[in-house]
Design a protein around this ligand. Structure first.
Ligand code: TXA
Ligand code: MG
Length: 322
């Protein structure tokens, strides 16, 4: 059975579970995570099991103090220090050379480790109460859409984990920016709310991106992530109605995920501003796949956070109609 708790009671139970080798789902500002004590290999193994996650996909280590980074990682470059100072706590994960005390199950045998300091108050309370860094991927079933509400976690992992800490809906709504800081040139492996231009203006130089690499630098990139359970296409605003009618004429029950209300047909409105869209998009996709059998998502301007949203959408979809 899976409990869902709020407030002090949730934190108390979570601490107890984590220190006894179990796993707990918790809110963060990006998406909900599924955490274990990073030093407890048996507990970390339970994460892979509950999610059905391939063993070769490494987990991110969550901390609540910048000084903890030195317990987990080594050879931290000046560039990495600049990003830590500017963006932590927040929606960024730095991939750094790992220290030997981090079990290899956490990093899938890699010599590097992803480190993240979440800004969400409940995430911080949870990690602080546990007193150990928390290894955590997103709290969805492997290959499914990341959860931004406690209810999403229950839908995916209910019955498979002991506890979900019920916090508010995730504010950012898409997963953190993952940036590899182990080489000479910082390289974005997964774009997020902290964008390439934001990072470049702090580092005062150009950086690389490797988001669609054939040979994945981030093991996570080779998996089909973020897939809804029904077919999904991305369609430009101008062609939404035309495509909607075409699908309806086939006898299917399509829904459009759109920026505003000014369109005829079944729709879920996610907002106009890219930040709003990021916050609402996963929830909209989850609702759409339950209530409809075909998803038509309006394409978004592929810049800044819009680029990060399009990164997720293109991974989830079957085709793009422009
Ligand atoms: O916002 C987030 O990052 C959320 C919250 C819970 O913190 N977590 C999350 O974790 O999205 P996950 O496991 O779903 O995605 C982590 C990504 C994966 O694609 C993984 O391959 C990559 O980060 N990653 C982790 N450690 C890595 C490493 N050492 N080198 C390269 N990529 C790494
Ligand atoms: Mg994930």
């Amino acid at each position: 059975m899976t409990l869902i708790l709020k407030g002090d009671k949730a934190i108390e139970s979570a601490k107890e579970l984590i220190l006894n080798g179990d796993i707990v789902a918790f809110p963060t500002e990006t998406v909900y995570g599924l955490g274990a004590n990073v030093y407890d290999e048996g507990a970390v193994a339970k994460i892979f099991d509950a999610k059905g996650r391939p063993q070769d996909n490494p987990l991110i280590v969550h901390i609540i103090d910048k000084r903890d980074i030195d317990m987990i990682a080594r050879d931290i470059s000046d560039d990495a220090r600049l990003l830590i100072d500017e963006f932590m706590p927040g929606a960024i994960t730095l991939v750094l050379p790992k220290k030997a005390n981090i079990p290899s199950i956490v990093t899938a045998g890699l010599d590097s480790v992803g480190v993240r300091f979440p800004s969400n108050a409940i995430a911080q309370e949870f990690i602080r109460a546990c007193g150990v860094p928390i290894a955590a991927p997103s709290a969805n079933k492997s290959m499914h859409i990341s959860p931004t509400k406690a209810e999403h976690v229950m839908n995916d992992l209910g019955g498979r984990i002991p506890l979900v800490i019920d916090g508010e809906d995730s504010d950012v709504g898409i997963e953190s920016t993952v940036i590899d800081m182990t080489g000479n040139i910082p390289t974005i492996l997964r774009p997020g709310a902290i964008t390439q231009s934001m990072i470049e203006s702090v580092l005062r130089k150009r950086i690389n991106t490797k988001e669609y690499d054939i040979k994945p630098a981030s093991p996570g990139m080779k998996y089909r992530h973020y897939s809804p359970r029904v077919p999904m296409v991305i369609v430009s605003k101008a062609r939404l109605s035309e495509h909607y009618s075409k699908i309806k004429d086939k006898g299917l029950s399509p829904v459009m995920i759109v920026s505003d209300d000014n369109i005829e047909g079944q729709k879920i409105v996610v907002g106009k501003h890219p930040k709003e869209i990021a916050r609402n998009i996963y929830s909209a996709l989850r609702q759409a796949e339950i209530d409809y059998d075909y998803i038509i998502v309006e394409s978004i301007d592929d810049a800044e956070i819009g680029h990060s949203i399009m990164n997720r959408l293109t991974k989830a979809c079957k085709e793009m109609i422009t």
